[in-house]
Each structure stands twice: as C-alpha cells, then as structure tokens.
Design a protein around this ligand. Structure first.
Ligand SMILES: *Cc1c(COP(=O)(O)O)cnc(C)c1O
Length: 394
C-alpha cells in the first residue's frame, strides 16, 4: 500500500484578506456589536436572498429558537421535523418546551418528505420545521402548500442553504425569501457563508421580525445604536423576557464581504460537485448524491452512499490512512443520549431511512480552493478502500 504524504481536509474556510480587513474596520470603528455593520449585513443579506426582513443573531441555533418562538411554538405543543439533521434542529424545538416529532427522510435526497409530514400532523402541531439538508433544498413548494392547507406555520432550517436555489414559478430563486414563513441561516465555518459564528432569520412578516429583534436584545424596546445616535434622552424599557442572541459588528462586517463572494463560492462548489459525480461513476459500490431537476444545491456537504456490504468505519479509516478526512452521514438526533424516550416521538412509518443514511453515507472533502487533482486523489483512495473490502463490488 503506497502511503502518500497528502492531507486533504474535509473543508477549508473561505475567510481571507477581505474579511480580515472588514473585521479590522469594525474593530477600529469603535462600535463592535449590534451597530451599523450588522444593520448593513441584514440589508445586504435580505437583498441577496430576496427577503423583506432579515434579523441577525448569534448562531443558526438561536435563529431557530427565536423563529419557532415567534411562530407560537410553546410548551405542550409538537413540531414536526427531521431527526436526520444536526442536533440543533431538534434542540431548538425543545428550548421552546415543545416535543420534536421526527419524520423519516427520502433516501435519495436526505430531506424530509411532505407526505410523511402531513401524516404526522395532530391537533398539537404548532409548526413544521423543514430542513434543507446539506444545502439541497427540500420540496419547500409542497411544504408551503401543506402548511397553508393545514394552517400550520412553516419554518425552514436553511442553516446549510445560503446560495442554494429552487425553481419557483418557473424561475430560479435563492432559498430564504422565504418560501415558508421564516428561514433560519447559520454562518458557522462549516457552512457556505461564514462569519465565524452567526445566524440570520428572514421573513416577510413584519410583526415576527419586530418580535425577534426585541428578543435577541434582552427584550429592550430601543436598539442600542438608535439610543446612541439620538439627540434626545431615551429611557429604554424591558417589555418581555429576552435573550442575548446578538451578532457583533465584527461578524457583520465579515458577513458583508462573504455575501459579495457568495456567487463565486457557490459556482466553484457546484463545479467540484459535478466533477466528483463524474469521477465516481467508475465506482459501482458508491452512489453519488442526487439533485432533483427543480433544485440547485450549494453543496455545503457532498455525501456519497456506500453499498450496504461495505463497512462505513473501515472505509473512512482507509481514507484517513491515505490522508483524506471524511465524516459519516448526517447524525440522527433520536439516537443520541441527549434524546431519551419521552423527549421526542416518531411520526408514522419509523425512521429507517434516516438511520440508514447515517450508517451508510460518507461526506467527502469539498471546498472552493480544493485543487482538482485532490478530487482525483480522494476518488482513487475511495476506490482502493472499497476494493480492499469487496473486490467484486468495486
Ligand atoms: C449547523 C446547523 C445548525 C446550527 O447552526 P449553528 O450556527 O452551528 O448554531 C442548525 N441546523 C442545521 C441543519 C445545521 O446544519
């Protein structure tokens, strides 16, 4: 076995000189949180995704918490979502005192399905939280139709989906306008657009937007910056129990630079994903990800499915031995110790596809600066890893 001295990471952040200069600008401005940079980032992000309102918060998780709360999710109610997601999706429901109801995913798209979701609706359902998993849009048109028919608010977990698009009324539109009632984004470094940490909630509903702005800043009725620039004395009041879910101006300034580069970043990720799919055609034991004709993924993650006869851990270890970092398929919250019985329930039909996706998928390295020859290296290492186990299958 030839061991090369190569190291290919799972992902490499796109933060660089422009973002560093922006952070410096914010630091030296003397205003470092919830100020003009955050306000400009909100305006520019709203324009980039076609949203009426965008409010910045400290993370994707706090975005989900406030969006669900604004939608009216509270103790004793249920929210239908995917278990096959990052744990924050389900945890945000529990922060509201509500019960996550997990529905299974479609095994090809890894996204939850409208039919299973409709079958899980009960009189206790207070919201549907659909997820655009790994950047691939879910069938949000069907979810929006379902939500309207059943009179249930639809929140989109768009944590991974900045720059992803769907065909909507015959035109390609970015996720986040939003197509449901609210969409929540994350700017963690593993996502396509990053501010280090951070999040955003978009909505067309002015009342919800106002409510979210109040909660993220301790329930204070006057934004700090408004008080600062006023030539009149203002006394604030705290009208509701709020949170400190603020975004800093340092993050906001970085985010503004990232938006300018979003088109280029997504185009590069799409080109790399298309190359992977072509290269992987030569390995029958590996199924590349599927993209419906009405969706453009931003390829936040590129997950392949291994033939059921292959052992996931062995394949991943073989790749790591050759210097290639990977991750297994997206987690299932219901399998974690933090989710004992009684803290969630399953919708009709169980969660078999969710568990299989976690157990059979491997996420391959993909980032804009990834050299094309590294993709060949990854695919060749994957081929060797499969052959070592199952010569015939490969
Ligand atoms: C990353 C992620 C989150 C949480 O975002 P943070 O910014 O890390 O809090 C929520 N949902 C999904 C689907 C994610 O991938």
């Amino acid at each position: 076995m030839a061991i090369a001295l190569k190291r290919i990471p799972l992902s490499v952040s796109e933060l660089g000189e422009p973002e560093a200069a922006a952070a410096r600008r914010a630091i030296l401005s003397g205003w470092t949180t919830m100020g003009p940079e955050v306000a400009a980032f909100e305006t520019e992000f709203a324009a980039a995704v076609g949203a009426r309102h965008a409010s910045a918060v400290s993370s994707g998780t706090t975005a989900l918490h406030l969006a669900l709360k604004a939608a009216g999710v509270g103790p004793g109610s249920e929210v239908i979502t995917a278990s096959h997601s990052f744990i924050a999706t389900a945890s945000a429901i529990r922060y509201c005192g509500a019960l996550p109801v997990f529905v299974d995913i479609n095994p090809r798209t890894f996204n939850m399905e409208p039919d299973r979701t409709e079958a899980a609706i009960t009189p206790k359902t207070s919201a549907i939280l659909c997820v655009h998993q790994m950047g691939l849009p879910c069938d949000v048109a069907a979810f929006a139709d379902l939500a309207r028919r059943r009179g249930v608010p639809l929140v989109e977990d768009a944590a991974c989906a900045a720059g992803s698009e769907i065909l909507w009324d015959g035109r390609w539109r970015r996720i986040g306008s939003p197509h449901g009632d609210m969409a929540c984004f994350s700017f963690h470094p593993r996502k396509v657009l990053s501010t280090g940490d951070g999040g955003m909630i978009t909505t067309a509903n002015e009342k919800w937007d106002r409510q979210i702005r109040l909660w993220r800043h301790h329930g204070m009725n006057v934004p700090a910056h408004a008080r600062h620039v006023s030539d009149r004395v203002i006394w604030e009041t705290y009208d509701e129990l709020g949170y400190n879910y603020r975004m800093t101006d340092i993050q906001g300034a970085v985010g503004r630079e990232q938006i300018r580069r979003l088109d280029g970043i997504v185009a590069r990720r799409r080109a790399l994903a298309a190359r992977y799919t072509k290269l992987l055609a030569s390995i029958p034991a590996v199924t590349p990800p599927f993209e419906p004709e009405w969706a453009h993924s931003n390829w936040q993650s590129y997950a392949v499915r291994l033939d059921a006869r292959l052992d996931q851990r062995t394949v991943m270890q073989s790749l790591l031995d050759e210097g290639v970092a990977t991750r297994r398929g997206v987690m299932c919250a219901h399998r974690e110790p933090a989710y004992p019985e009684g803290t969630w329930r399953s919708g009709p039909g169980g969660l078999r596809h969710s568990e299989e996706a976690q157990d059979q998928c491997v996420i391959l390295p993909l980032y804009p600066r990834m050299p094309e020859e590294d993709q060949e290296y990854v695919v060749n290492a994957l081929r060797r890893a499969c052959q070592r186990r199952h010569g015939a299958a490969c």
